[in-house]
Each structure stands twice: as structure tokens, then as C-alpha cells.
Write a protein that binds this ligand. Structure first.
Ligand SMILES: NC(=O)c1ccc[n+]([C@@H]2O[C@H](COP(=O)([O-])OP(=O)(O)OC[C@H]3O[C@@H](n4cnc5c(N)ncnc54)[C@H](OP(=O)(O)O)[C@@H]3O)[C@@H](O)[C@H]2O)c1
Length: 304
């Protein structure tokens, strides 16, 4: 696809996933890229102030020829699950109202919207979940992510929803991930309490980024799971991190999810079945050992 055919607006471009999408799209496609943050918009070296919370700001952004996209990828959200539980109005504004505003502009300009969603729309009673499983969120973050999916569907626009979970990647991007927290904690020789009864698929940011590119290239519409191939407990995830980063697994302290004093409940038996994205799109998903190994090598190179 030529540069003129895809003008990709990436919302949440400075977050963990957003920054990986930005790098991969920048390096591997010739698409025009418009980066949107909370307070700025950028394209080809031009940066302007922006208020992502303002409906009028979205309208004028889409109305201007220079900034108007052909496809929007929304990676922005408040992803701190406990903060969403306690600061609900703010969580709703970022995770739902923002999506409603973007979807309304996509409708006005016949633009495609790709929205990033989460396994937290499920209750974790009977995972792993396929795309057609029935949602039943058990915390506020999950409720906002489900409401955002419904905003995309209700807008009656060309859209795709990607559900993913337990994202990790190299470096220090966006909110600290489970992996970066664990590596920092164990490297400082501190103990880390890790739950044994939460199950899911650790997912490399890059796999989601390549999935987004395939969805755009094929103009796929609908809901797709993109999660790593290993279904493990948080405890097994932590053991693998300690092994690959050569850190002391003896510092890991096993706990049950309910023992941690957290504001939000977590889905326990979760996980996402990513069969369709592999068969329909030919997307290759990275094993946890390979993903962590690659992250470690890149981080060692960067530290030199
Ligand atoms: N991380 C995971 O394990 C995980 C799992 C399942 C699904 N997801 C979904 O994947 C997507 C990306 O997550 P991530 O890991 O990249 O999260 P992240 O590192 O926390 O990045 C989210 C980005 O969104 C921005 N943002 C939040 N509210 C905004 C607003 N109102 N306007 C503009 N920007 C706003 C944040 O900016 P500030 O820093 O200024 O807040 C941040 O740059 C999210 O939709 C998340 O729900 C993540």
C-alpha cells in the first residue's frame, strides 16, 4: 500500500503498545503517521497542542486536511486496573468517552477504527476465551473496556477490535509492565509476591503491532484475539522471567490473588484463544521464552 493510501492516526502513541506500533510502522511501512497523545499531535516533525478530552478538538483535527486519517488505531487507555476502580470518572473519560469521540469522527469521515481491548471484559471463570465468548467484567476497568467495544460497534463504522492481555516488551515504555517491575525488583535483590492462581497468555507488544498492520493491509473488520501462545500462571510467568534474565527465583514469594490487598478483583482463569488471527492472517505469535529472550538481548545491547 502506498503512502497516500494509508494515513494512520495512532492514539496513545507514547504508551507501551503505542510506541512499539509507532516504531514498527515507521520502520516497515511507508504509511503517513499521525501521533496523538494526551496533549499533543505530531506528524512528520510538526507538533501542535491538542486536548484529547475535548470533543471539539477531535472534530477540528479530523476536519483539517493535514491531520485527517484513513485509519485510527486507538491504543490509549488508563491501564492501571486499581486506579480505574477508585477514580471511575477519569477512567470512563479516557477509556470510553475518548473512544466515543473518535468513533463519531470516524463515522463522519468514513474512517476505519481499530480499538485495543482486553481479556478483562471476561470474568475469568472459564478461560481461555474465544472471540465469541460472553463478556462479564468483574472490575471497573473491564467494564470500561467492554463499553469501548460497544461504542465501536454502536457507531456503525468500519472497525476492528483486538483483544489482548499481559503485554510485555523490551525497554521501558509506557506504564511499567509486570516484566519490567519484576526484573527491577529481583535485580535489587528484593522479594516479589507473585500470584499462583491467575492464568493467562503473556503477549509481546510486537505481535499486536504486526497484527494491527495485517488488519489494515487486509481491511479486516470484526473482533480478533491476539495473545501469546503460552497459557501460564503469573507464577510460571515470573519463573520464566527470572530464568531468562538470570535473576534469583528464590526471591519470588507465591501468593493467592485474594491475599493481595488490591482495589480491583482480577479474572483468575483467563486467557485468549488466538486461533483466528493465525489462520486468517498468518500472524506468527511469539513464545514467552523467545519473546523474553529477545527483550533481554536488546536491553543488554542498549546498556552497552
Ligand atoms: N498492558 C496490558 O497488559 C494490556 C492488556 C490488555 C489490554 N491492554 C490494552 O492495550 C492498550 C495499550 O496498553 P499499554 O500497555 O500500551 O498501556 P500504557 O503503557 O499505559 O499506555 C497507554 C497510553 O494511553 C495514554 N492515554 C490514557 N488516557 C488518555 C487520554 N484520555 N488521551 C490520550 N492518551 C491517553 C497514556 O498517556 P498517559 O501516560 O498520559 O496517561 C499512555 O501513553 C490499552 O487499550 C489497554 O487497555 C493492555
Amino acid at each position: 500500500m502506498g503512502k497516500q493510501s494509508v494515513r494512520l492516526m495512532l492514539v496513545g502513541a507514547d504508551g507501551g503498545l503505542g510506541s512499539v506500533v509507532r516504531d514498527i510502522v515507521g520502520n516497515e511501512t511507508d504509511w503517513a503517521l499521525i501521533e496523538v497523545g494526551r496533549r499533543t499531535v505530531r506528524r512528520e516533525g510538526v507538533e501542535e497542542g491538542f486536548d484529547s478530552g475535548s470533543r471539539a478538538a477531535w472534530r477540528s483535527l479530523f476536519d483539517s486536511r493535514e491531520w485527517r486519517p484513513t485509519v485510527v488505531v486507538n491504543t490509549a487507555a488508563i491501564t492501571n486496573v486499581d486506579a480505574c476502580e477508585t477514580a471511575r470518572p477519569e477512567a470512563w473519560r479516557s477509556n470510553v468517552t475518548l473512544v466515543e469521540n473518535i468513533a463519531a469522527e470516524c463515522k463522519r469521515h468514513a474512517c476505519k477504527l481499530i480499538q485495543i481491548s482486553s481479556d478483562y471484559i471476561f470474568d475469568g471463570a472459564a478461560g481461555p476465551y474465544g472471540e465469541h465468548a460472553t463478556p462479564n467484567p468483574i472490575n471497573y476497568y473491564g467494564k470500561t473496556k467492554l463499553a469501548a467495544e460497544n461504542a465501536c460497534i454502536g457507531a456503525e463504522i468500519n472497525h476492528a477490535i483486538i483483544r489482548t492481555m499481559w503485554l510485555y516488551g523490551e525497554g521501558r515504555r509506557g506504564k511499567p509492565s509486570f516484566v519490567s517491575w519484576l526484573v527491577d525488583t529481583l535485580a535489587a535483590r528484593k522479594t516479589a509476591s507473585v500470584v499462583t492462581d491467575e492464568i493467562g497468555n503473556p503477549t509481546l507488544y510486537d505481535d499486536v503491532a504486526y497484527g494491527i498492520i495485517k488488519i489494515i493491509e487486509r481491511d479486516y473488520s470484526g473482533t480478533l484475539n491476539i495473545a501469546g501462545p503460552d497459557l501460564v500462571s503469573r507464577w510460571e510467568f515470573a519463573q520464566t522471567v527470572a530464568r531468562i534474565y538470570n535473576l534469583d527465583a528464590g526471591l519470588l514469594n507465591p501468593v493467592q490473588s485474594g491475599e493481595l490487598k488490591r482495589a480491583a478483583r482480577r479474572p483468575l482463569r483467563s486467557g485468549l484463544i488466538s486461533f483466528h488471527v493465525q489462520t486468517l492472517m498468518g500472524l506468527r505469535l511469539t513464545s514467552l521464552a523467545d519473546g523474553l529472550g529477545t527483550c533481554r538481548v536488546i536491553e543488554l545491547r542498549m546498556a552497552r
